[in-house]
Design a protein around this ligand. Structure first.
Ligand SMILES: [Zn+2]
Length: 295
């Protein structure tokens, strides 16, 4: 009887030990497999980096409260449509000029990062390159996916695209919005997709109450989740308009980082809800571009 008991206990111990060894082996294998993914494969870069960061918590939060980082703001990249008005002309950077700007940034040692990287940097989870730059594209127009994305890729950069989540695949006047398929393709190539609300409503217009704002902002997150499978905490304010209540509603929906149209390249790391950007105009003088990026 006693020997039977000992045999049973021994068997249980062996099974338990085997389980521990098996689990250890598998978790080790997982890390090895994750780290073995090619960092050059589009879309995998950040998974690879995230895994590395998770296992290296020794990255310290930044000492400084203000970071110099040009976040470039674009809308259209390409040819002007017929009868383009002054606004459209100002919002449209010709493809050749866009390439000239990107080429200059590349030759001058700039490295593009994602908006999420800035968020992680503020939390001490990302190592900032020496000369960071962020390319943002508002509204999700088809021309930026057709013209800007291949140029960014050619120079080893990526962009951040703010999508109005009820607009993909539609057209309004001479504004053609990229379809979800086109957006998904850019996302899979390593570009970042963030929210620009569901319908581009003006956040400072008093006709929109708190309930509407919250529904719209939370809804844009759901739309991005459903169509691309992503969770974003980043919002770009349409027209750069917002109020204290709008910021509160955005926070309730889980946004912790928002971009404005305030001019500047100094980022206050303690307040990521009112981030300034550098607007790139159509017909931007190239010398002025270099000056704006560098100052
Ligand atoms: Zn917009």
């Amino acid at each position: 009887m006693k020997s039977k008991k000992i045999a049973l206990i021994s068997a249980a111990c062996i099974i338990l030990l085997f389980g521990v060894v098996w689990q250890h082996f598998n978790s080790h294998k997982f890390v090895v497999e994750t780290l073995a993914q090619k960092p050059t494969e589009p879309g995998i870069v950040h998974t690879f980096y995230a895994a590395a960061v998770e296992t290296k918590p020794q990255i310290k939060p930044p000492q400084e409260k203000v970071l110099r980082l040009p976040i470039l703001m674009y809308h259209h990249v390409g040819d002007l449509p017929d009868k383009a008005d002054g606004t459209r002309q100002d919002l449209t950077v010709p493809t050749a000029e866009f390439e000239q700007q990107v080429k200059w940034l590349s030759e001058n040692g700039y490295k593009s990062i994602h908006l999420a990287d800035l968020d992680n940097y503020a939390k001490g989870k990302f190592i900032m390159p020496k000369k960071p730059v962020i390319f943002t594209f508002d509204d999700g127009y088809l021309d930026v996916f057709t013209n800007a994305v291949p140029i960014l890729k050619k120079y080893n950069f990526t962009g951040s695209f703010a999508i109005i989540t009820q607009f993909p695949g539609t057209q309004e006047g001479n504004n053609v919005y990229a379809s979800w398929d086109v957006i998904r393709d850019a996302y899979r190539q390593g570009n970042e997709i963030v929210s620009h609300t569901q319908n581009h409503f003006d956040g400072s217009n008093p006709k929109f109450n708190s309930e509407f704002i919250q529904q719209n902002l939370c809804g844009s997150k759901t739309d991005l989740k459903q169509n691309l499978g992503i969770n974003t905490n980043i919002l770009i304010y349409p027209y750069g308009h917002y109020t204290p209540d709008y910021i509160n509603q955005a926070k309730i929906c889980g946004f912790n980082m928002s971009l404005t149209v305030h001019e500047g390249s100094r980022i206050n790391l303690e307040d990521l809800m009112e981030i300034p950007r550098v607007r790139i105009h159509g017909r931007q003088n190239f010398e002025r571009f270099k000056q704006l990026v560098s100052e």
